[in-house]
Write a protein that binds this ligand. Structure first.
Ligand code: ARG
Length: 290
């Protein structure tokens, strides 16, 4: 049995139509994708070194995988914004509310009005957010799939007070997690809540208090802690799709552990996007979150 069937929460009959429950996932074609500046350690020494045709092929492959379980929505890529492909950073979505990212890096700030326009055009209520408070959307804010909480990474991109500001907006408990390893600068690079309350994560990316918070909330049998080698393959940067889990790569051992927990890993190589510090999850944003 697939994990999502086991733990699917009861839905009211009104919600139970295909139209309303089918996942929609935002992606952005890599028309102008490249590494043109360095804002995370993965980008060092990679300026101008991505292969556009390979990037396109890898992105199309991921898009095809995602399309099997969700409707892919596209936002038009803008010239001069090479990181716009990473739609996880468009914003944070919960129900009808969208919180548009406020990027820490100057280079990505011009993406904000474009993503805002997308959310508004799709009928989301765009929440207001403090002008000077960095917050990088679903790169750092992740909805738990078991408990009624949102996890929010801070300390690298999103500001320390971002979790509290987010809690004011979404009226759900938001737990801040301090990121301490610059290689894992967004929460979604080292932490992935899975269906049924499972959690795939890389413990050394967090400070001691945050690890304790994770361990208090997520029971041991639900925690899938990974080693550094898998973390460096961005195994945590995974997209959960109807029981399967799309990711750049994972060791055979990790794939086995995931299958044992009810998740089928689907490997979608994303080497070109790794050069910019992103992989499967970063290239997607779930638009249906309840
Ligand atoms: N080069 C991009 C940046 O540093 C990569 C973003 C990856 N996105 C993510 N959700 N982890 O901003």
């Amino acid at each position: 049995m697939k994990a999502h069937h086991m733990f699917e929460p009861a839905r009211s009959p009104r919600q139970n139509t295909c139209e309303e429950t089918r996942q929609r996932i935002l992606m952005c074609a890599p028309d102008d994708f490249d590494v043109r500046y360095v804002i995370n350690p993965w980008m060092e020494h990679q300026i101008g070194r991505t292969a556009p045709s390979l990037a396109r092929e890898q992105w199309r492959n991921l898009c095809a995988i995602v399309s099997q379980s969700a409707k892919v929505e596209l936002v038009t890529p803008a010239a001069g914004l090479p990181d716009m492909v990473f739609t996880a950073n468009a914003g944070f979505v919960l129900g009808n509310i969208a919180v548009v990212s406020r990027f820490r890096a100057e280079e990505r700030r011009p993406e904000e009005p474009l993503f805002r326009a997308f959310f508004e055009a799709r009928g989301f209520h765009v929440a207001s957010w403090p002008q000077d408070l960095p917050f990088e959307g679903a790169g750092d804010a992740l909805i738990d799939r078991g408990a009624d909480i949102v996890w929010c990474g801070y300390g690298m991109r999103s500001a320390e007070s971002a979790p509290a500001a987010l809690e004011q907006i979404v009226s759900r408990r938001v737990i801040g997690l301090r990121l301490v390893d610059p290689r894992f600068y967004h929460l979604d690079t080292c932490f992935c809540p899975l269906a049924g309350g499972y959690l795939l994560y890389y413990p050394p990316a967090f400070d001691a208090a945050s690890r304790e918070a994770i361990e208090t909330i997520t029971p041991p049998e639900k925690r899938i802690a990974i080693d550094e080698a898998d973390a460096m393959r961005f195994s945590c940067n995974a997209v959960g799709l109807d029981g399967s889990l799309a990711m750049n790569d994972a060791s055979p051992q990790l794939q086995k552990r995931l299958r044992a927990a009810g998740f089928a890993p689907v490997i979608a190589p994303l080497s070109e996007f790794m050069k910019a510090g992103g992989a499967a999850k970063c290239l997607t944003l779930k638009l249906v979150e309840r």
